[in-house]
Design a protein around this ligand. Structure first.
Ligand SMILES: Nc1ncnc2c1ncn2[C@@H]1O[C@H](COP(=O)(O)OP(=O)(O)OP(=O)(O)O)[C@@H](O)[C@H]1O
Ligand SMILES: [Mg+2]
Length: 371
């Protein structure tokens, strides 16, 4: 069952076209994260689901019902904003129950639902406090409580963690993911933070310039992106992009061939993507060499940046803590990669799987890429 479906939705503000043509299906019960750079249209998409913003054309349905022309209150959704939007003069209990009071529910039912939500969110001891007497994380939980009591089919979150400090963000991230597993409603969550996207969701929709580039499981988005913009947006440190040449089946990097593929394309230039963990130090002469210009030691892993000799290209690779002593600034290093880890994109950034190596395909290696 699909929870939310966009069919040919467009959105303009005045003469500015923000969403050119959106088709998106969000599965019922999924935790779908909408991620993309600032200004790409994420909040606009969420606000159109909520009914806070009209569509310019196209239709939106929720649980099979066309809601395009319905009021926000009739759509079965609840939205949690970045700015919590709590009423300062009301207690936690009053804030959580406010929407139900407006909906004229009986007092005892309001009390019961508020208590249930507060227990779920571990706020039961704070019900009589006012927002100013709460921490940022507790305020955010109250805002989520206000959404829970309405028992919506779809929860919409717009960057709910961006006002929290780093540690609290990690903790609240886990809490929201647990909440989703417990209440099994559909969550649509907007963020520009790719770590949030990777860790919380079961589906990620990567958005740029009002367009969804890919919508898939997090592991697919990371390991098998369709588009170079997706590959570059997801992953930290960023994926390495290197120019490669293809000539009658031979792929080469900086003039050195590194493998043969069965391709009917005669000759062209492509771009190769290699994640930092796909590059490693080589004892012998690897495919790439250069000098270390920066080292980031994260404890369990170390990332080092290398300026390639005679090329205007910088690459990042992941080293193990055991290799740390080899990573002094200025040190000359040689790097190797396994060609099956390479993702190949054309000049426009579209993935070219026909030029890639698979484990199954026998590799005729013209140069020792394994080092
Ligand atoms: N009410 C409005 N009037 C005019 N333009 C708007 C309006 N709301 C949004 N926009 C424009 O639409 C585009 C998308 O905005 P939106 O808020 O959806 O981006 P976003 O992806 O949520 O960005 P952020 O990550 O910064 O929150 C932006 O260029 C923005 O300036
Ligand atoms: Mg936004």
């Amino acid at each position: 069952m699909s929870a939310v479906v966009f069919s040919g939705v467009t959105k303009s503000f005045g003469s500015t076209l923000v969403i050119p043509n959106l088709d998106l299906t969000v599965e019922s019960g999924s935790f779908t994260v909408l991620v993309g750079p600032s200004g790409c249209g994420k909040s606009t998409v969420l606000r159109m689901i909520a009914g806070l913003e009209d569509v310019s054309s196209g239709r939106i349905s929720i649980d099979g019902e066309d809601v395009t022309d319905l009021e926000p209150s009739s759509r079965g959704i609840a939205m949690v904003f970045q700015s919590y939007a709590l009423y300062p003069h009301m207690t936690v209990a009053e804030n959580i129950g406010f929407g139900l009071k407006l909906g004229k529910l009986p007092k005892t039912e309001i009390e019961q639902r508020v208590l249930e939500a507060a227990t779920t969110l571990q706020l039961e001891n704070l019900l009589e406090r006012r927002p100013r007497e709460l921490s940022g994380g507790q305020r955010q939980r109250v805002a989520i409580g206000r959404a829970i009591v309405r028992q919506p089919k779809v929860f919409l979150f717009d960057e709910p963690l961006s006002n929290l400090d780093a540690k609290l963000r990690v903790q609240t991230r886990a809490e929201i993911a647990q909440l989703h597993r417990r209440i099994k409603a559909t969550f649509i969550y907007v963020t520009h933070d790719q770590v949030e996207a990777m860790t919380m969701s079961d589906r990620i929709a990567v958005m740029m310039d009002g367009e969804i580039l890919q919508c898939d499981a997090p592991s697919v988005i990371y390991e098998d992106p369709d588009d170079i913009r997706v590959a570059e947006f997801i992953g930290s440190p960023k994926i390495n992009i290197l120019p490669i040449e293809h000539n009658e089946g031979i792929l080469s990097l900086f003039g050195r061939s590194f493998g043969r593929v069965s391709s009917v394309i005669k000759k062209d230039f492509f771009q190769m993507g290699l994640r930092p963990e796909a590059l490693c130090l080589s004892k012998s002469d690897g495919m790439l060499s250069g000098s270390i210009v920066h080292v980031e030691n994260l404890g369990a892993e170390v990332y080092a940046q290398v300026d390639l000799t005679d090329q205007d290209v910088r690459v990042t690779f992941r080293a193990s803590p055991a290799e740390r002593h080899l990573l002094s600034l200025g040190a000359l290093v040689s790097l190797r990669f396994n060609p099956t880890d390479a993702m190949i994109f054309d000049a426009q950034g579209e993935r070219q799987r026909s030029l890639e190596f698979s484990e199954a395909k026998p590799l005729k290696i013209a140069y020792d890429v394994y080092g």
